[in-house]
Design a protein around this ligand. Sequence first.
Ligand SMILES: Cc1cc2nc3c(=O)[nH]c(=O)nc-3n(C[C@H](O)[C@H](O)[C@H](O)COP(=O)(O)OP(=O)(O)OC[C@H]3O[C@@H](n4cnc5c(N)ncnc54)[C@H](O)[C@@H]3O)c2cc1C
Length: 448
Amino acid sequence: MYDPLVATDPGTGMPYPGSYWADTAGPAPQDDGPVTADKEVEVAIIGGGYTGLSAAYHLVHEQGIEATVLEANATGWGCSGRNGGFALKAGGRLSYQKMIRRYGETTARGMFNEIYDGLARVRGLIQDHNIDCDQQADGHLWVAHRPRMMKVIESEARFLKDTFNYDVDILSGDELKQQHFDSDEAHGAMRFRHGFGVHPLKLAYGYHRLARAAGATIHTSSPVLQWYREGDRHLLVTPGGVVKAKKVICATNGYTSQTLHPQLKNRSFPVLSNVIVTRPLTDTELAATQFVSSDVITDTRTLRFYYRKLPDNRILIGGRSAITGADACNPKHNDNLLRALTSKFSALGDLSFDYQWGGWVCVTFDDIPHIHQTEDDSSVFYAMGYGGSGVSFAVQAGMRLAEKVAGISKGHDLPVLSKPMPKFPFAPFRRMGQRALYHYYFARDEKR
Ligand SMILES: Cc1cc2nc3c(=O)[nH]c(=O)nc-3n(C[C@H](O)[C@H](O)[C@H](O)COP(=O)(O)OP(=O)(O)OC[C@H]3O[C@@H](n4cnc5c(N)ncnc54)[C@H](O)[C@@H]3O)c2cc1C
């Protein structure tokens, strides 16, 4: 598998992974094909996932600025077509409690509102433009995987109410069983009323169609292999021609190679997450697990598992995976996911999976996303670092990028988000640290 810490680019025109999403999304929307000759553009956007497509749509539609997307492979080929499809009220990995300790309550409130706005924006785009993406009903369950975790859940619920006046529901183990599913590993839950499941690749296709209908150009199979400066223009070298741009947006997130731009080197950390999708559950299995819920579900582990029942009664479950791209295809990572699923639902002992794939989540050193206009060259912009919570926030970040390119901040600008991504100290040793942390978190998570 492409490894952003090792390879210089994610390939040219690579097929989608053999995912459930790629198998069920239907034909890819029409695009503008690869770049086939040198061309001049106003704004070039590198990366055709949610961030890049949202930036393109908002640039053209709201700011009246011409936008050209350069995607190495295909629309949604990166995380946007590989994720679990959990549109959550989330962005980044930093908890609000830590955010308050680090940046103060005003910043945490600003982030809360921005994140809320992100989810509303996704919902609005889906509804206003009839994006066919198998949207499910709202509900996100945060499930206590050990009895001791109910204290954490209850304390978080009080914190959300006291700080943001935000209401959640607390469910006991019995209520969870009556209303959602019967699991061996669910001792109660917090239920967020906002957050829903989608078909992530269909959603990416929807944004792609919107952006193109607004007037954006989307070149697929067009990786940026080299990037030079010539006067006031950026020269982006693709296999089919050089794209000369006045401004450039990097929307490459967890697929950003170390060589793409010096301002991005050692500032993000790609972390693999794997997903399996089971065969459809039989009526007997559905009855045995009482799995009536279409809520999206995460558990209280630090190395959390995320799972949901899909509209055709398959179960999707995802979680941490290999450390390196070279080890990504090791079957043990998918076996771990199946084992996790059957320990949650022992009634599903004979379950097999039909699909498995993985992708690179983008983590930043300070665990928050960054939407930045670079300081040494004000014509370069980037947004990334959603840390496994980008289905809603990437779209918000794309809209904010479009505002930044247009020179507008509308007073929404949160300094903490606009700062550059900090560099990782001891960057070459990031993966050694990751391995050690995985061992530590695993021991802590599994403690009874
Ligand atoms: C397995 C998995 C499960 C996840 N589940 C969830 C979830 O349920 N909910 C949630 O909120 N988030 C989830 N995420 C995270 C979420 O999918 C991402 O945060 C989001 O899709 C990021 O979108 P993006 O557009 O910024 O990046 P991406 O969708 O990754 O797009 C980046 C694109 O840049 C392209 N690119 C890279 N380099 C170049 C180059 N040199 N030239 C041209 N193109 C280039 C790549 O080909 C890629 O298509 C998950 C991620 C993974 C991997």
